[in-house]
Design a protein around this ligand. Structure first.
Ligand SMILES: Cc1cc2nc3c(=O)[nH]c(=O)nc-3n(C[C@H](O)[C@H](O)[C@H](O)COP(=O)(O)OP(=O)(O)OC[C@H]3O[C@@H](n4cnc5c(N)ncnc54)[C@H](O)[C@@H]3O)c2cc1C
Ligand code: FES
Ligand code: FES
Length: 1386
């Protein structure tokens, strides 16, 4: 059987089918709902489409597909309905990617297009746009709809509610601050002006004398600095008037839910509306699949190819949505939504009071960090229970509280199952197949002596499944003796489990007796004998959490029992405050010109917030268009024995198969720069999981996907190399070995130092996680082999040249076009070409347009990531802290093809000095070839990795010297005029000044003392500080790429069409380029338009990368404008200074003057020669500094960034608002890289495990620094900077500053380890080298020091494991002979 096909379910017996037919006979087969205010009646419904597919198919492409697994929120729509639980209209934000179409019957679906347009935006849309809340804009419609849902339900949300509203949304560009600022204008804490209607509708909070002291109105500290307060009222903003919202259609108030049945033989949907209908269905055909919120099931359908022939949507059965607060319990319907459960639990808590209400507090607590709001709006406890996931968050609470499940079947009527007996094994329960979960009865706690708590730890706080989750309950008699106890855990076994041995031991024991604690912990150890290689990994961490939760529970409750104050830092969990922040806009004021230097929102912002902005997959279907789906290798390294698409070709809609035999020559199959060695399609061997083998082409995307699953591929496994260490051992390298040498021979230089410190740095890669996955549409033309390729690429020219090469035509037959990208970050610099090439090959073969947008998992498996790095370093240093010599071997994991690995390694070598001066340097770089996805460019391009190595050796050297790292840094900072190790003089060098200003402005010294004081008085919470700086070289390291072209047309109506070589991916390039042209031509920016980036308007473009696009394209545009200005000068003189461009252009046109100009620019001076270590490497350096402060929870590894201050020298900003967006976004992305984002491979098969937002966590809204202050260096001159407006590139440089959070965490961990309790790690079991991946208490060269070697990213697991203590000692698991961790980090 083909690997993608599931075992067909045995067909249901005919009598059951017949019985079901009888049940549903006469049921309606239409769906009736409202869509953006208009009634829709759907017949002939495709039973397999989701709401998202339906909406996009209907042309409402504002709703985006980002992941198809409910994890990103890009698909958020609002479904308004009369809620059967609360009996009120509720506007639910919902993930359209998971919602079955059947679920909208009788409801009102509102999409981003339904609430406003770019000419008449909704206030939510307008504020997000004008307050710079969108960059690439791909996440934006989803974010708009989440905020819209919030304000529709509650026009005066609290600040907390505002922040919580986005827990199901991700944005990869903005760093969230501006979105939060925009959203907070709606919060009740904002001045009434933001809700003028609720303030009488006049538009001013001062009306009636009720305004705040100091006058109107909300002061947006972050935007305004010292400027007058900003009004969220006309004329600047549209006021928010809830009374003007789309009404809930009156006919839906009266709508009677009817039973619905539609579909075909393959798939049927049934929508019963009464219990009896449901029970009859289950009785007739027990295998019918019940669907509650579909949040679990749709993922099984999409990613596990589960096929449910009869799906029964139960979300409209009122009996399953009810609740009842009884005398001693709460009964909730099985399919009440989790959002309603939150409210019901709060009401029940109020009813029973704090003691008896503890089980409901536990439910509320678990729901606080349960998925995102969109999931909670539809997901149900019944779905959670029936799924029986071992990491379910609610199930432990139900079990621990001795809840009872009420089941029902037609045959047996209602019957009860105690929750302690419900879970039978991995995803199996005691529920009979013909029964349904009707309700759950949760008992209240005893009025006295009973304690219930719930705990959860995950990689990310918001919207993340648990690593370990628990509900712990104990009931004591008057003598504090345990009468009843239940300790229930998730994440410790294949199912929700009770810690039976600990429970048994605790019965009858005295609560509070230290010996009982000791023995209970011993019993827990016996309960959870996890093996080192446990599936899912993290054996030590899981155990430490299980023990830690109990320890916390014990101390919390024993203190209460003893009437003592609880030890807050042990018992309390880390909570964050409402996010705040500032941007210092005064810095850029001095450089403002007419247009340049002014903050202006992104040119496409209003289109992005209204869903009008078009991305590749939003393009209307072309006539005869086909869809491709890739068949990807499922092996890390294997011989291809057989590839047989014949079964696929038989499937409906499948039109063809494309593979390497469809290329005109074998050589045409290869692409890649600088080395063309990557095949579009595998030939006889696969070298990585995710390598394309071929593609199925079909009429629809779903048919293509079904076809791809049916292609038979047989492999013969070959040995695979996954890690850099293995590659080094096997000498599996790409042929690129660069070095930089300066000063004395390195051995001599090291020998001359007072001491030599050595170390190893390892840091993981990073998935780009642009919200828009790779997409491409190839449109073959009828003549001369011409083809047009639209794609989401940063590199139109390479797309053009490799498509031409693959098709065997000259480049002049291929036009590569880009409207905009939904984020790139380097991930679409080269890797996008693979998909475009494949679509073009398929389009040529089929003679039809071919489209493909990759699923998130396909994208992550094929498109590569940031390179993981490994470095072995030696630093020669004198006892006074003066750095003498640096000697490093640097390796990166390039994956299976070279791609840009060589250049990335080079950049790491050039940034390995950080901001520090050495007399002698010898650094060598080698990219490794492994059987993993081909790693590629990612914002910073090796620079952050180089600088991370630098800051790591600085930290460890300082620890060895026993010197504060700040002092070591200060001693060794570069200054103006110093030469780098690649012999470039530092000009306009402001790092020392940045550090000085940042220290002063952020009160560094007093905060350092406050942190030290905090650490001296807190054992279980520690704080850390770190102040870092960066200098980031701007220029492509490949000299020829430092060029750009532009084309400017002035039409005789005075409008201007601008084209340049850069692509717009959210960074605001088009906005800046328009500003440059507007300033140069002295016109309004509104008269300038950029339609797209295309290779037939500007040829031979460089990739939009290296933070150089504004410099390069900006000057090319300026150059074109200068030519035009010269030609227009006579008309300016003739028509006077007030002449409009229309007048000038018309006059010039009639005089037959050429009003088109082609501009060009190449960066002067640069040209570094490797080996010789001569020539200038970079045109200049962008510089910055950051100070981060964190708090960690030593018991769990949880943490928060309390505050971050970032200061950048970006010269004279072209557009401060856009530049601040880049700084904040890059910092948060860097924070993600160094603290949270971890790519994992499954050891047993070498496949990428982290293939979507479910298991790969990027920072969310509530991960950004709680206080986030950003400023620009001011009051300096940039004498040497010869860029346009004297601005510096800003896209990449701030990213590394996110490492300040990592090093602040390291600082906090060190504080923990310094404590007496924090057992000296080198002496603990945890310090056994290599046993715990990533945390290593290492003895220094001189042997006497405990120096923490802390691997990036600083995940919660690594933080916890680094805080060596007694609990961790208990959790220690030694690997057995030959046993390895479940996952591999490469
Ligand atoms: C992005 C995301 C994040 C998530 N985060 C969390 C999390 O933090 N914690 C957590 O615990 N879970 C999480 N989940 C899992 C999931 O959302 C929950 O398990 C949810 O409660 C499932 O409810 P549902 O109604 O959507 O289930 P469905 O998908 O509709 O159904 C799931 C299963 O339950 C069965 N079922 C549903 N109702 C009944 C009934 N009345 N009687 C019998 N069987 C029934 C279905 O047949 C199916 O087998 C997450 C899921 C996603 C997609
Ligand atoms: S696309 Fe639906 S949540 Fe990501
Ligand atoms: S603007 Fe949010 S992902 Fe790009």
């Amino acid at each position: 059987m083909a690997p993608g096909l599931t075992t067909p379910r045995p067909a249901a017996p005919k009598e059951n089918i017949d019985a079901l037919q009888q049940v549903v006979a006469g049921w309606d087969n239409t769906l009736t709902f409202f869509l953006n205010g208009t009634k829709v009646e759907l017949e002939n419904i495709d039973p397999e489409v989701t709401l998202l597919e339906y909406l996009r198919g209907a042309g409402l492409t504002g709703t985006k597909l980002g992941c198809a697994e409910g994890g990103c929120g890009a698909c958020t729509v609002v479904i308004s309905q009369l809620n059967p639980t609360t009996k009120k209209v509720y506007h639910a934000s919902v993930n359209a990617c998971l919602a079955p179409l059947v679920s909208v019957d009788g409801k009102h679906v509102i999409t981003v297009e339904g609430i406003g347009s770019s000419t008449r935006p909704h206030p939510v849309q307008e504020r997000i746009a004008l307050m710079h809340g969108s960059q690439c804009g791909f996440c934006t419609p989803g974010i708009v709809m989440s905020l819209y849902a919030l304000v529709r339900n509650n026009p005066s949300p609290t600040e907390h509610e505002v922040e919580e509203a986005f827990d199901g949304n991700l944005c990869r560009c903005t760093g969230y601050r501006p979105i939060l600022d925009a959203a907070h204008t709606f919060s009740s804490a904002a001045s009434p002006c933001s809700k003028a209607a609720s303030n009488g509708g006049s538009g001013c909070c001062m009306d009636g004398g009720s305004g705040p002291a100091g006058g109107c109105c909300k002061k947006m500290k972050s935007l305004d600095g010292d400027e007058p307060p900003q009004r969220f009222t006309p004329p600047n903003f549209i006021e928010y008037r809830p009374d003007t919202e789309l009404i809930f259609p009156p006919s839906l108030h009266k709508y009677e839910m009817k039973a619905v049945a539609f579909g075909n033989k393959k798939k049927r949907w049934l929508r019963p509306v009464t219990m009896s209908q449901l029970l009859e269905i289950k009785n007739a055909l027990p295998s019918s699949k019940i669907i509650g919120g579909s949040t679990e099931t749709q993922i099984e359908v999409k990613f596990k190819n589960a096929q449910y022939t009869n799906s029964v949507y139960v979300g409209d059965i009122a009996e399953l949505k009810e609740f009842k607060i009884g005398d001693n319990d709460l009964t909730i319907g099985g399919n009440i939504t989790l959002t309603d459960l939150e409210k019901v639990a709060k009401d029940t808590l109020a009813h029973f009071g704090p003691e008896r209400g503890q089980p409901f507090v536990a439910i509320i607590k678990q729901l606080e960090y349960f998925a995102g709001r969109q999931i909670r709006n539809v997901g149900t406890p019944g779905g959670n229970l029936a799924t029986a996931s071992p990491i379910s968050d609610l199930n432990p609470v139900f079990v621990a509280t001795n809840s009872t499940l009420v089941a029902q079947s037609l045959e047996d009527g209602e019957f009860e199952i105690p929750m302690t007996k419900f879970f039978k094994g991995y995803r199996t329960t005691a529920l009979p197949p013909n029964a349904i979960i009707k309700a759950i009865r949760v008992p209240a706690a005893a009025p006295k002596g009973e304690f219930v708590r719930a705990y959860k730890q995950s990689k990310r706080k918001d919207d993340d499944i648990a690593i370990v989750t628990a509900a712990l309950r104990v009931r004591l008699n008057n003598d504090s003796v345990v009468e009843d106890v239940n300790l229930v855990y998730g994440g410790m076994a294949p199912t929700t489990v009770q810690a039976k041995k600990a429970i048994e031991y605790l019965h009858g024991k005295k609560w509070g007796d230290p010996e009982v604690l000791e023995n209970a912990m011993n019993a827990l150890e016996e309960d959870f004998p996890l093996k080192y290689g446990v599936p899912g990994g993290m054996a030590v961490y899981r155990k430490s959490l299980a023990f830690g939760f109990f320890y916390r529970f014990w101390h919390d409750t024993t203190a209460i029992v003893a009437g003592k104050t609880v030890e807050e830092d042990l018992v309390n969990e880390i909570k964050r405050n409402i996010s705040t922040g500032t941007r210092d806009n005064t810095a850029a004021k001095a450089y403002e010109q007419k247009v340049l230097g002014k903050s202006k929102e992104h040119v496409a912002a209003m289109k992005q917030v209204t869903g009008e902005a078009q991305y590749t997959d939003d393009m209307p279907l072309q006539q005869g268009e086909l869809h491709a789906c890739l068949v990807l290798s499922t092996k890390a390294h294997a011989k291809l024995l057989k590839v047989d698409p014949s079964a696929a070709l038989e499937l409906p809609g499948v039109k063809g198969w494309v593979d390497h035999t469809d290329l005109p020559t074998p050589d045409a199959n290869f692409w890649g720069a600088p080395v063309r060695h990557e095949p579009f399609f595998a030939v006889d061997e696969v070298h990585t999981d995710g390598q394309p083998i071929g593609a199925i082409v079909a009429s629809t995307a779903a048919q293509a996907a079904a076809g791809a699953r049916a292609v038979l591929v047989e492999y013969e496994d070959l040995p695979a190399i996954l890690t850099t260490e293995e590659a080094i051992e096997k000498e599996s390298f790409f042929n690129h070995h660069h070095y930089i040498r300066k000063g004395r021979p390195i051995t001599e230089a090291l020998a001359s130092a007072d001491r030599v410190v050595t170390g190893v740095v390892k840091l993981g890669g990073q998935e780009h996680f642009y919200l828009e996955t790779n997409a491409s549409v190839a449109i073959p033309k009828r003549e001369g082999g011409e083809i047009e390729v639209w794609s989401s690429t940063q590199n139109p020219t390479e797309t053009q040249s490799f498509v031409a090469h693959a098709l065997g035509v000259p480049a002049n037959r291929v036009v590569a076009k880009v409207k905009r990208l939904g984020g790139g970050f380097g991930g679409k610099e080269t890797r996008s070409i693979q998909l475009s090439g494949i679509c073009a090959i398929a389009a040529k073969k089929m003679g039809k347009p071919v489209r493909c947008m990759l699923n998130r998992d396909e994208d992550m498996r094929t498109s590569g990531a940031r390179h993981p790095f490994l470095a072995y370093w030696k630093v020669g240093v004198n006892n006074d802290g003066k750095l003498v010599a640096l000697d490093v071997d640097v390796y990166c994991n390039g994956g299976w093809t070279q791609d840009l690995s060589a250049a990335v390694t080079d950049r790491a070598l050039s940034h390995i000095d950080g901001v520090y001066k050495f007399e002698s340097v010898d650094v060598r770089g080698t990219p490794c070839r492994t059987n993993t996805v081909s790693n590629t460019a990612f914002r910073g391009f090796g620079g952050p990795q180089g600088m991370f190595i630098a800051e790591t050796y600085m930290e460890e050297v300082a620890d060895h010297l026993g010197m504060p790292v700040d002092k070591l840094r200060e001693i060794n900072l570069y200054h103006e005029g110093d030469m780098t190790h690649f012999n470039q003089e530092l000009k306009d060098y402001h790092v020392p000044l940045l550090i000085k200003q940042l220290k002063e402005e952020s009160n560094y010294d007093s905060r350092r003392k406050a942190v030290d004081d905090f650490n001296a008085t807190h054992k279980w919470k520690k704080r850390g500080l770190s102040l870092l700086a960066t200098k980031f070289g701007i220029s492509f390291t490949a000299l020829f790429l430092n060029q750009a072209g532009a084309l400017v047309h002035i039409y005789h109506d005075g409008s201007i069409l601008l084209a340049h070589g850069g692509t717009e991916m959210g960074q605001g390039l088009h906005t800046k380029m328009i500003q440059i042209a507007a300033e140069a031509l002295q016109v309004s920016p509104d008269s300038i338009h950029i339609a797209e980036t295309a290779t037939n308007t500007v040829a031979n473009t460089s990739a939009t990368a290296a933070s150089a696009s504004s410099d390069l394209n900006g000057y090319a545009i300026f150059n074109a404008c200068e030519q035009l200005n010269e030609r227009l000068q006579p008309y300016r003189e003739k028509l006077g200074p007030d002449a409009t461009m229309e007048q000038l252009a018309t006059a010039a046109y009639f005089d037959r003057v050429n009003l088109s100009a082609n501009g060009f620019y190449k960066t002067p001076d640069i040209g570094y020669i490797w080996g010789a270590n001569s020539g200038q490497m970079f045109f200049y350096f962008t510089q910055g500094a950051a100070l981060a402060e964190v708090e960690i929870d030593c018991l769990t590894g949880d943490w928060t960034c309390l505050r971050a201050d970032v200061k950048m020298d970006i010269g004279r900003s072209i557009n401060p608002a856009i530049d601040y967006g880049q700084i904040e976004g890059a910092f948060v992305q860097g924070q993600g890289l160094f603290t949270m984002e971890e790519l994992l491979w499954t050891r047993n098969n070498g496949r990428l495990f982290t293939t979507g937002p479910g298991n790969y966590k990027i920072p969310g809204f509530r991960d950004v620094p709680q206080e986030f202050n950003v400023s620009m260096l001011k009051d300096v001159e940039w004498k040497e900077l010869r860029t346009i407006q004297r601005s510096r590139g800003v896209g990449e440089p701030p990213l590394f500053l996110g490492a300040s959070v990592f090093f602040a965490i390291r600082d906090a961990v060190k504080a923990r380890r310094r404590d007496g309790e924090g057992v000296a790690p080198a002496k603990t079991a945890m310090a056994a080298k290599g046993v715990v991946d990533g945390v290593d208490g290492v003895d220094g060269v001189d042997g006497e020091k405990d120096v923490l070697r802390f691997r990036s990213p600083a995940t919660t697991e690594r933080i916890r494991l680094a805080c060596a203590d007694e609990i961790l000692r208990r959790a220690y698991v030694a690997p057995e002979e030959g046993e390895d961790e479940w996952f591999v980090t490469i």
